[in-house]
Design a protein around this ligand. Structure first.
Ligand code: SF4
Length: 282
């Protein structure tokens, strides 16, 4: 059986950078170390870091009870007020927000200063989207579906800025923007802020799934980019399986001949991808 592993599978630049920043704090002997939310959407990695003393701050309320230590902000970013709260608590900040997400924070803030409202094409409630919202100073609307785009109304006298969650599906973004554009707002700036790492990962996954007899998508259960990869692959290959760890891999479901494709979300460590690949070849 042939096994095709996507070259783009696994940690993206932003996730690797965030995990490395936490590891650097550990190596420098800083204590206590916190991450604001799990550093990545991968339970195994978070557990491994917890074993080295890294604690996760789950909520703003929890943050306000901490008065000593270093807080690492994860690649998803956080609302502006969280920086103030961390400083007010007397804590050190290590900002591991991915530079591509940081760029969106800057865009929405600058447009807000010019009096513009903001539309975020993305999944409401996703930490990255919540973070972006927290940098908007005017009205902000999150649009994730065609129905939401159809229902969207905006004061034509006000400028409007449209950005995207970095991990949003490229085709879906185009479709939603097309619906908003039909409303003929004169003062709308559309900025495609989808990360190219996401787009490349999705395109490669689609290409492999088209050829594969069976497709395995690896990633944490809370990882929205892994879920999107799964959706894309499932459309092309009915035998697509979503696994979180090696334990979830049921090799009896794999074809005895043909080709197995493997891809993984941005929070999946390389060693897990290699283990799954090896297992498929046994
Ligand atoms: S997917 Fe792109 S934007 Fe998101 S963390 Fe990775 S590199 Fe940054």
């Amino acid at each position: 059986m042939e096994v095709m592993v996507a070259k783009t599978a696994g940690f993206c630049f932003g996730v690797k950078r965030a995990v490395d920043q936490v590891k650097r704090q550990i190596a420098e002997g800083r204590k206590p170390i916190y991450t604001y939310g799990p550093i990545i959407h991968n339970e195994e990695v978070v557990r491994e870091l917890a074993g080295q003393g890294v604690r996760v701050i789950e909520s703003e309320k929890e943050l306000l009870d901490i008065t000593d230590g270093t807080v690492v902000i994860r690649s998803h970013g956080v609302p502006e007020r969280i920086y103030r709260e961390i400083k007010d608590q007397g804590l050190d900040i290590v900002d591991a927000t991915c530079p591509f997400v940081k760029k969106i924070h800057r865009i929405v803030r600058e447009y807000g200063e010019k009096g513009a409202d903001v539309v975020i094409i993305g999944n409401d409630g996703h930490p990255e989207v919540e973070g972006i919202k927290g940098w908007c100073t005017g009205a902000v609307t999150v649009i994730g579906t065609e129905e939401e785009a159809e229902q969207f109304r905006h004061d034509p006298a006000k400028p409007l800025c449209v950005v995207s969650q970095t991990t949003f599906n490229y085709k879906k973004f185009d479709k939603l923007v097309e619906i908003i554009s039909k409303m003929s707002y004169d003062r709308v700036d559309i900025l495609n802020t989808i990360c190219s790492a996401t787009e490349e990962r999705q395109s490669e996954a689609r290409r492999i799934a088209q050829k594969a007899d069976c497709m395995i998508v690896i990633g944490g259960s809370h990882s929205s980019n892994t879920r999107k990869l799964f959706e894309i692959c499932k459309k092309e290959c009915a035998n697509t399986y979503y696994i979180q760890t090696l334990k979830d891999l049921d090799i009896r479901r794999l074809p005895s001949m043909g080709c197995v494709g493997i891809t993984a979300g941005a929070s999946t460590p390389n060693n897990l991808i290699e283990e799954v690949s090896k297992q498929c070849q046994i």
